[in-house]
Design a protein. Structure first.
Ligand SMILES: Cc1cc2nc3c(=O)[nH]c(=O)nc-3n(C[C@H](O)[C@H](O)[C@H](O)COP(=O)(O)OP(=O)(O)OC[C@H]3O[C@@H](n4cnc5c(N)ncnc54)[C@H](O)[C@@H]3O)c2cc1C
Ligand code: FES
Ligand code: FES
Length: 1351
């Protein structure tokens, strides 16, 4: 129990300044400490909000800081990147913390890392940027000239949802030792050698630019300028405090003994207290699973636990050594010893490269890893088969136990006693004729827990292939690491051959049995991996045997591996992406000062990189501010019987609980209530909200609210069930042309099929946040919100509170990513917080945890599509009938519009004379799905493109031939009878085929596939015709307000919101061209409903189009007014003219307005002009799949996109790359999992995998196609925000191509149900083979599955 005595002083440094905390609370993390107004003795006025909160579980890297500590063993200072959200402040005694603010500032000196990431266009919304900066900065502190491999490793734990990583890596590569000027050098092809390619329609070489930033301008890295390790801490480290330090918090006591003896004594006194090291296992469990430990023992200051000793037979590593240290130690040992002795070490290293991200590897300890016995532990299976021994110590003395299956199963007889601790770990050398290996398969290569992993070891009788000893352990297939002990025993004496392989697979599947309902799901996939891994091991050993002396007797000969099988042995490399970005240079006559068309850096780029860019939750706490936390339904469909708030209201700090009864005005829409009344329609529906003095108190209080439900029927989760129950949100939308029935009768062949496209979580890095400040006068409210549509927030708050709109001002400074998820939902949070603010009279801050954000807000609509396609043997499609159903969730939201868009855009690039497209939005008991980049297009068009592939397969032709054959060729009309000229579409397509050398690579892929059985390559190219804009006229308008002040400075405001897409930068480029003054004269402060009213959402790719025209209009009005003055004094300066204008009483403020496109669509007639213009593009991707594991590598992607006259090629290429990678995530790794009760399992970066830095194609080329004029848009530019998303499907189709090749080779039917995402599970199971055949299959009717597919 915590003792009431006084706490010791906690001493550490932040950015070179001393922190002396007298009341350190062990439950406070470094992230909270830095961000909140914590009482810091010396730096009490600082709020270091550069370090961001995005997941709170160590999974995203947004909170990365550098921690420097004196290492008592080496005597050196060790700099480590760590995730501040998992670092308890009490663990920092004697440490120096460097945050992004300590690295550099725009006001003092920028660090080269900060300068380069901004100038290389590595920031969009900027929310991930401080974390990226800190990971790179730490790398450079340790390695001033890192290798590219080290750079990849350093950034592997940092997620970015906007940029697609390529420009971030490009900035890092400028520090790398081997980095060359051209990003393609090193692969033998320099972009500058590619002159012949550039004689194509991209224009002459001189018109084409391939540099987006000028490297020569970068300041050099000067390591002598860095902050030194504080001398005071050095002195402390040299004379270490031996006394036990104790920190008492409100609920938890942290005890940090200075000696091993004291630690052992304390362990006797507190046998249940865990040892806390990296906190990467304890921390997430305390946060998400409600684990609570009143006492924590920290062994961090005990050097005995960090010792490493090398002996002639093995290696002993201290339990406190971090996994990063373990990696270094093992690598060193591998370089010193003969290969035969390092089998286990190399197997461990194989996993240590991909285990979590660098930050977690820096924090997590070997002891913590072993003792926490995570069921997916990557190291325990290898350590177990490697005969590892655990050296334990207690007051009683020392003891050794084996890290064996009993220990892993947690048997008391084989485990640590409560008073014991793990002192060190002994890993023996391997011996001759012994082979050890490690395998893992996760959703993606890096930073993802394995679905299944394994450690395998065999000892063969010397000189033979007879098994003398065999150990196999698996992770991910049970509650703990599972040992296949019985199977191994039965195989002793067997020879290492095919017979043994078959028997082993049979035994393993029998012993490691997974029930059909096993937690985590993917049961058949996991079973297949069990044997696929063993097969890989079998081959690996055979391969190793080849290098040993041949067997002594004739009867013992090692089986040969066929050359075709060798590819099964190779792991996919994690390579640094290379590539070229091509864009059209501005006209040589364009004045230098005119920034339009130039790759100008994002206006906030440098501030993103220094952490000085302010996001919603970075706004300092305001007077009397309260925090809000939301209470959500745990039932998918139920009647609310009672809500008992009493226990919550009794808790300290709790001020009030807001329920529907407190809403003075309208409680949302009839089908979409802000706060539930009587009934809930999904898990995650908001029922009430607690208001408390702190967010911690508010969150603790929600646990105490007791809600009684009565379950209602039916509970509909899947599209199939919705169709069965006739449960729809809106009427069917339909478009038809030609005579489809007649056409079907005249075709050579007809194919029918199904396509399932899973949903997608927005995963904007900044979760939903709002701060509502009520004013004392006139019921006014100021609302600071992270939103794409502040006017909608304003309107919703007005109707909720029943006060006029003019009393409410919404402010949006910048948004940390939106992607459609911040169009509608912020209004809900704004309105609930506003009710709280009005009821209590105090400001309310509501910051959603990642888990809640993912649970509540919904995302992209999952889709189920059925198609029937009729075609001639030549591949010409004559009739196409597609019916789509989307899963809309429990409320209408945008589902009707998404259905409409889906149907309107379904034809993509193809002219098919007889068409019928139908779409319906299903109503289910899931959170309402909403707008998401592409708005139905990425899902729907996957159905169309799947038809093409199906036709190709039936005709025996390549899909690209079918695509070409059916593509629009001449000026024509779309299915909704809008005129359309395909010229640019065809140019993009041809350019893409040309740039990607498609045809020659197709031949190479075929060659590769012939030679390799277990690895297959796939190649695909997809065309795109994407219509931008909303199909409603009222959305095509915008306004801007521009003030010129008497010093000549200009304040620009407009109706668009800065979401990272660089709209503010583009608007100043426009204003600069129009007013003919440099951008440095101008400023954009924020988007506010008080300056530009009645704005439309910044969405549908047209933000810059419409706002640009409004800004242009305002500038032209102002310039017109200034004309007489300029005429009178043509030699005068801008300042002279402004001064004169003021003197002459000329208004220096103007509103610009743009009345845009008149969109209309008559659904009755099936015709209209719904979209102002199209964006065209094409993408070609090549992948390689591992048929045994389902993993894939992206070898190359070439994108050609029609940007017309880009306002800013750096920003536009950034949008294309970012959306492409996001699309790739949709189609390959992002998978939402729901329980049969409708509970979303995937609620954080651990379970939901967005692409990481290792997912970027190894070669990634983007070309902007110079194009003709588009009169409707500003300077003929095009909106590129969404279109790239669909091009990510080129990776999907390349994977499908590879899978189809594998199936053909295995004589399995080629037409298989298309499912997106093409996860490793889907790929592995689709590549049916002897291993998928041997696994037991379950009858899904006899058990309740762990998860249900909702598409
Ligand atoms: C984002 C993230 C990603 C991850 N990805 C992976 C992955 O890909 N693969 C993988 O295998 N793992 C992964 N992990 C898990 C990670 O490896 C473990 O959480 C980590 O190794 C635990 O070490 P720790 O020092 O943080 O333990 P802590 O959380 O500090 O402690 C864990 C437990 O170990 C006990 N303990 C610690 N040291 C001792 C000792 N000396 N003697 C006795 N008991 C002790 C403690 O009492 C406690 O119960 C991930 C974790 C996170 C947060
Ligand atoms: S917020 Fe810390 S890792 Fe995501
Ligand atoms: S810039 Fe990386 S998350 Fe937005």
């Amino acid at each position: 129990m915590p003792c009431p005595s006084r706490s010791d002083e906690l001493i550490f440094f932040v950015n070179g300044r001393k922190v002396l905390e007298r009341n350190a609370d062990p439950e406070v993390t470094l992230l909270t400490f830095l961000r909140k107004n914590w009482t810091l003795l010396i730096m009490s006025s600082l709020r270091l909000t550069g370090t961001k909160y995005a997941c709170g579980r160590g999974g995203c890297g947004a909170c990365t800081v550098m921690v420097s500590k004196h290492d008592p063993v080496s005597g050196k200072i060790r700099h480590s990147s760590v995730t501040a959200c998992l670092v308890p402040i009490c663990s920092l005694y004697g440490a120096a913390v460097t945050t992004v603010e300590g690295v550099g500032s725009i006001n003092t000196r920028l660090h080269p890392v900060q300068e380069r990431i901004a100038k290389s266009h590595g920031t969009q919304c900027g929310f991930c940027t401080p974390g990226m900066v800190m990971s790179m900065y730490t790398l450079l502190r340790n390695h001033p000239h890192p290798s590219e491999e080290q750079l990849m490793e350093a950034l592997g734990g940092n997620l970015c949802r906007c940029t697609g990583y390529r420009p971030i890596l490009a900035s890092g590569q400028t520090f790398c030792a081997e980095s060359s000027g051209c990003q393609q050098k090193g692969r033998g092809t320099c972009c500058l050698d590619q002159g012949e390619n550039d004689s194509s329609s991209l224009g002459r070489q001189s018109d084409i630019c391939m540099e987006l930033f000028a490297k020569e301008e970068f300041q050099p890295l000067d390591p002598t300028q860095e902050l030194i390790f504080p001398p005071e801490l050095l002195r402390m480290a040299e004379n270490p405090e031996k006394r036990t330090l104790t920190f008492h918090g409100e609920r938890v006591t942290w005890i940090s003994p200075g000696t091993l003896k004291d630690l052992l004594e304390l362990k006797v006194k507190h046998p249940k207290a865990p040892l806390i090291l990296g906190n990467t296992s304890l921390g997430p469990a305390m946060k998400s699973q409600g684990h609570f430990h009143p006492v924590l023992l920290s062994p961090a200051r005990i050097s005995e636990l960090s010792m490493v000793s090398k002996t002639s037979d093995g290696l002993t590593i201290g339990a406190s050594c971090s996994l990063a240290q373990v990696k270094d130690i093992l690598a060193e040992r591998v370089s010193e010893l003969p290969e035969e002795k390092t089998q286990t070490y190399r197997a461990l290293l194989r996993h240590l490269k991909s285990l979590a991200g660098q930050q977690i590897r820096n924090m997590a300890s070997l002891g913590g890893h072993i003792v926490s016995r995570h069921c997916s532990s990557d190291l325990n299976p290898v350590l177990a088969v490697g005969n590892t021994t655990l050296n334990l110590i207690s007051e009683e003395g020392t003891r050794k136990i084996p890290l064996n299956r009993e220990f892993l199963a947690g048997l008391a007889s084989a485990d640590l006693k409560p008073e014991e601790i793990l002192e060190s770990v002994y890993i023996p050398h391997s011996q001759k004729w012994e082979f050890v290996s490690a395998f893992r398969q996760a959703q993606c290569q890096q930073n993802a827990l394995a679905h299944v992993n394994a450690g395998m070891r065999v000892l063969l009788k010397e000189g033979t292939d007879a098994i003398e000893d065999l150990s196999i352990a698996y992770g991910g297939v049970g509650d703990a690491t599972v040992s296949a002990h019985k199977s191994c025993q039965q195989l002793l004496g067997w020879r290492w051959n095919e017979l043994m392989l078959d028997e082993a697979c049979r035994l393993l599947l029998d012993e490691v049995s997974l029930p059909g309902w096993a937690p985590g799901g993917s049961v058949e996939f996991k079973r297949t991996l069990l044997v696929s891994f063993f097969f890989k091991f079998y081959l690996e050993v055979l391969q190793e045997l080849k290098r040993l002396p041949p067997p002594q007797t004739d009867s013992h000969h090692f089986p040969e591996i066929s050359d075709q099988f060798l590819s099964a042995l190779e792991d996919f490399p994690a390579t640094v992406p290379q590539g070229v970005q091509r864009y059209q240079n501005v006209d040589s006559h364009q004045p230098l000062q005119d920034p339009v068309g130039r790759p100008i850096m994002h206006l906030s780029g440098l501030k993103h990189a220094t952490g000085e860019a302010i996001f919603c939750d970075d706004i300092p706490t305001v007077d009397k501010e309260l925090s809000m936390a939301l209470v959500t339904s745990t039932r998918a469909h139920a009647k609310i019987i009672s809500v008992d708030l009493s226990k919550a209201l009794e808790l300290p700090g709790v001020v009030d609980v807001i329920t529907a009864e407190d809403i003075p005005g309208t409680n949302g829409a009839e089908d979409d209530k802000l706060l539930a009344v009587d009934e809930v329609l999904c898990v995650g529906q908001i029922i009430c909200a607690v208001v408390a003095e702190t967010d911690v108190q508010a969150k603790r209080a929600i646990e105490k609210i007791k809600i009684t439900y009565e379950d209602l029927e039916p509970v509909i989760l899947t599209i199939k069930d919705a169709i069965k129950h006739n449960s729809f949100l809106c009427p069917e939308k339909k478009l038809e042309q030609g005579n489809i029935e007649e056409a079907f009768e005249k075709v050579d062949q007809i194919v029918e099929g199904e396509v399932h496209v899973g949903g997608q979580e927005h995963f904007y890095m900044e979760t939903q946040r709002v701060l509502v400040i009520p004013k004392t006068e006139d019921k006014e409210l100021d609302i600071y919100v992270s939103a794409q549509d502040p006017a909608h927030v304003q309107k919703t708050v007005s109707s909720t509170l029943n006060i006029p709109i003019n009393r409410i001002t919404c402010h949006v400074k910048r948004v940390g990513g939106g992607f459609g998820g911040k169009v509608g939902r912020p209004a809900v949070f704004g309105a609930i917080a506003a009710v709280g603010a009005i009821k209590t009279g105090y400001p309310i801050r509501l910051v959603l945890d990642r888990e809640d954000d993912m649970l509540i807000t919904g995302g992209r609509h999952p889709l189920f599509g059925k198609y029937k396609v009729g075609f001639m043997n030549s591949g010409r499609i004559r009739a196409l009938d597609i019916e789509c159903f989307i899963n809309g969730g429990c409320a209408l939201d945008d589902s009707e519009q998404v259905t409409e868009f889906l149907i309107l855009k379904l034809e993509n690039a193809y002219k098919i004379r007889n068409l019928r497209f139908r779409g319906r939005a299903c109503m289910t008991n899931l959170p309402s799905n909403t707008a998401f980049r592409g708005f139905g297009f990425p899902q729907g068009t996957l159905v169309t493109e799947s038809c093409i592939t199906a036709v190709a397969a039936k005709c025996g032709l390549l899909p690209e031939k079918i695509r070409e054959k059916n593509m629009y060729k001449t000026v024509d009309k779309t299915i909704y009878k809008q005129a359309f000229n395909p010229e640019t579409l065809i140019r993009c397509w041809n350019e893409c085929l040309d740039k990607s050398s498609f045809h020659s690579r197709r031949r190479q892929v075929e060659e590769f596939n012939k030679k390799n059985y277990w690895k297959k390559k796939g190649l695909a190219v997809v065309p795109m015709k994407f219509s931008v804009g909303f199909a409603a006229t009222s959305f095509h308008q915008a306004a801007a307000l521009i003030h010129i002040y008497t010093d000549g400075s200009v304040l620009v405001t407009h109706g668009g919101n800065e979401l990272g897409q660089g709209i503010h930068t583009k608007m100043l480029q426009v204003a600069s061209r129009e007013l003919k003054i440099p951008m440095s004269y101008m400023h954009i402060c924020e988007t506010s409903t008080a300056t530009v009213p009645n704005t439309i959402a910044t969405a549908a790719s047209i933000g810059s189009d419409v706002n640009g025209r409004a800004v242009q209009n305002a500038c032209q009005i102002l310039l017109k007014r200034l004309e007489p003055i300029i005429k009178k004094n043509p030699e005068g300066t801008w300042e002279d003219w402004i001064e004169a204008a003021f003197e002459r009483r000329i208004s220096l403020s103007a509103t610009g307005y743009f009345r845009g496109y008149k969109a209309f669509m008559d659904w009755e007639k099936g015709e209209g002009d719904p979209f102002p213009y199209y964006v065209y593009g094409a993408a070609c991707s090549e992948v390689e799949i591992d048929c045994l594991t389902g993993a894939h590598r992206k070898i190359r992607t070439d994108i050609v996109m029609d940007a017309c006259c880009s306002l800013n090629p750096a920003i536009d290429i950034g949008q294309i790359e970012g959306s492409f990678i996001q699309g790739m995530g949709l189609y390959t790794t992002e998978e939402l999992k729901y329980s049969p009760e409708g509970v979303l399992y995937s609620r954080g970066p651990d379970e939901y995998k967005i692409p990481t830095i290792t997912d970027v194609p190894e070669e990634f080329n983007v070309s902007l196609l110079p194009s003709s004029q588009t009169p409707l848009t500003i300077y003929s530019s095009k909106g590129l925000g969404e279109s790239g998303m669909f091009l990510g499907s080129s990776v999907f189709f390349a994977i499908a191509d590879a899978v189809a090749t594998a199936r053909r080779e295995r004589d399995v039917a080629e037409d298989f149900t298309v499912r997106s995402p093409a996860t490793p599970e889907w790929v592995r199971m689709a590549c049916a083979d002897r291993f998928t055949e041997m696994i037991p299959r379950d009858d899904p009717k006899i058990f309740k599955p762990w998860s249900v597919p909702i598409a």
